[in-house]
Ligand binder design. Structure first.
Ligand code: HEC
Ligand code: HEC
Length: 444
């Protein structure tokens, strides 16, 4: 009877059912993630409304359609949940001195494609460096950040941020006067992995060095000065719920027609050439959870080399590493071959976002060297032939006299951390075979 009821609801309200099917922990996690702030307020609504004054080229007055212009300027996306005028990633927060604005996980972990916003899709449009700099300037500061948050729009130095935050803590999370030196770098360039992949993974992060069910690990972005051990301990159960929600997310389905016969041919090639690392798909999926040695995968090695041993040792001694069973991180051995569910929606590709389309992933010789794109996510911006983002190929690196905001719009694969080499597993296929594999990848 109950199942019949669910089926009936499914017919009428397809989107409601997934919500009904969420177990209690996942529901609590979704509510916490989408309604609560875990960091104290930093900026004001007045700052939000006046931040356009720092845009370049300078504007004479606030742009019309202000919220939309602001989203486009920084690469934010409209919130599909109640969030006032704020985009996904920003949120109203209450602190000691009253209300204000802070950031949340969706800053990086929510994106949009074909005009639709998704929690869990990595944000591939964001200029996170410009966002923090400009918003900090609304506080009357120089805006200069203590570390590089991004060198190329759509990517970030998120691991660098975690290093920076940990450098200022004792193992029991007390703030330190004199910071540790964990060898913070500014060239680890990271794309954001889709949250819906987590459920298949036993290990997580690009190097697979953390247990994929670690709760404390995903609380690292709470390490802002206003949060101490008490807040971390208080919110650990909430983050266990948030994790349950992340584990319930599903990849969105490809939105355009698929050539079924071609996809079937592609599936055979995929199963012969790719499945040993990326697994198989469909109802009885398999996922081998492999970490591929760095020399074998050959993609940019900065993220692999970039987190020091002293950082790992500190982490394992700290509150984070002391989480029962799941806490400690291991030494990196290579990059984890990710599951490819929803791969059509998660361009650009590789851990550093160096390849804008699947066609490029499958043919290393066709990868563009220096390129830019619109950073929009509508149908116009999407490349339905090569699958990924349409790019404009450039002859030269950006002119150093341009404002940094403009320079970050160019992805230059000759720069440290941004190499587009390696993963040559599709190179020996014929063009026709590659077409077929791409057609199959659309179905995942
Ligand atoms: C500044 C951008 C940013 C913010 C904010 C952020 N993340 Fe992430 N997140 C990333 C990046 C980049 C990675 C990949 C890191 C790596 O592997 O080095 C990642 C990885 C993860 C992963 C592992 C995914 C996988 O499959 O390996 C989880 C889970 C996660 N983040 C959860 C969260 C949660 C929960 C929050 C909020 C408390 C959060 N993140 C805030 C950028 C961010
Ligand atoms: C030996 C193992 C291995 C084989 C074989 C392999 N891959 Fe990969 N693949 C990886 C690893 C590891 C990565 C992550 C590399 C990185 O991010 O630097 C990856 C990344 C990818 C990505 C990008 C994922 C993302 O989210 O950015 C795609 C797409 C992909 N592979 C498709 C394929 C296809 C299609 C084949 C078969 C033609 C294939 N791979 C064969 C190991 C493999």
């Amino acid at each position: 009877m109950r199942h019949f009821g669910v089926a009936l609801v499914a017919l009428i309200f397809p989107s409601l059912v997934s919500a009904n099917d969420l177990d209690e922990a996942a529901k609590r996690g979704r509510d916490a993630l989408l309604t609560r702030a875990f960091n104290p307020p930093v900026w004001s609504m007045f700052g939000y409304d006046s931040v356009w004054k720092y845009w370049q080229p300078a504007l004479k007055e606030a742009p019309k359609e202000y919220d939309e212009s602001l989203r486009e300027h920084y690469g934010f996306h409209a919130a599909p949940y109640e969030n006032g005028r704020l985009p996904m990633g920003l949120r109203e927060s209450r602190g000691f001195f009253g209300k204000g604005i802070t950031t949340d996980c969706m800053l990086c972990h929510a994106g949009s494609i074909m005009g639709k916003s998704y929690v869990g899709l990595g944000n591939a449009s964001l200029d996170v460096h410009a966002f923090f700099e400009d918003f900090n300037r609304t506080l009357g500061t120089s805006g200069r950040l203590p570390f590089t948050f991004s060198n190329a729009r759509g990517t970030s130095e998120a691991a660098g941020m975690a290093v920076y935050l940990l450098e200022h803590r004792e193992p029991d999370l007390k703030l330190r006067f004199k910071k540790h030196d964990f060898g913070l770098r500014d060239d680890l360039c990271e794309d954001v992995p889709a949250w819906w992949l987590l459920k298949k993974k036993k290990t997580m992060y690009y190097t697979g060095t953390s247990h994929a069910r670690s709760v404390r690990s995903i609380m690292q972005f709470m390490l802002v000065p206003g949060n101490g051990l008490a807040q971390f301990e208080k919110e650990e159960a909430t983050f266990a719920d948030i994790q349950a929600y992340l584990l319930s997310l599903e990849a969105p389905k490809y939105l355009f027609p698929i050539d079924k016969n071609l996809a079937e041919t592609g599936q055979k090639i995929f199963n012969n050439t790719c499945a040993r690392c990326h697994g198989t798909y469909g109802e009885k999926w398999t996922y081998p959870n492999k970490i591929i040695p760095i020399d074998e995968i050959g993609t940019d090695r900065n993220r692999f080399d970039g987190l020091s041993r002293s950082l790992g040792e500190f982490y394992n001694k700290s509150w984070f590493g002391q989480e029962k069973e799941y806490g400690p991180v291991s030494e990196p051995k290579g990059y984890q071959a990710p599951p490819l569910d929803g791969i059509w929606a998660t361009a650009p590709y590789f851990h550093n976002g160096s390849v804008p389309t699947l066609a490029g992933v499958l043919n290393s010789k066709s990868r563009p060297k220096i390129f830019t794109r619109s950073f929009k996510t509508d149908e116009e911006a999407y490349d339905k032939v090569n699958i990924g983002w349409k790019v404009q190929i450039l002859d030269n690196a950006p002119d150093q006299t341009l404002p940094a905001y403009e320079r970050r719009k160019t992805y230059d694969t000759t720069q440290p951390g941004r190499s587009n080499q390696g993963h040559t597993f599709g190179d020996d296929l014929t063009d026709e075979q590659r077409r077929a594999v791409i057609e199959y990848l659309k179905t995942l």
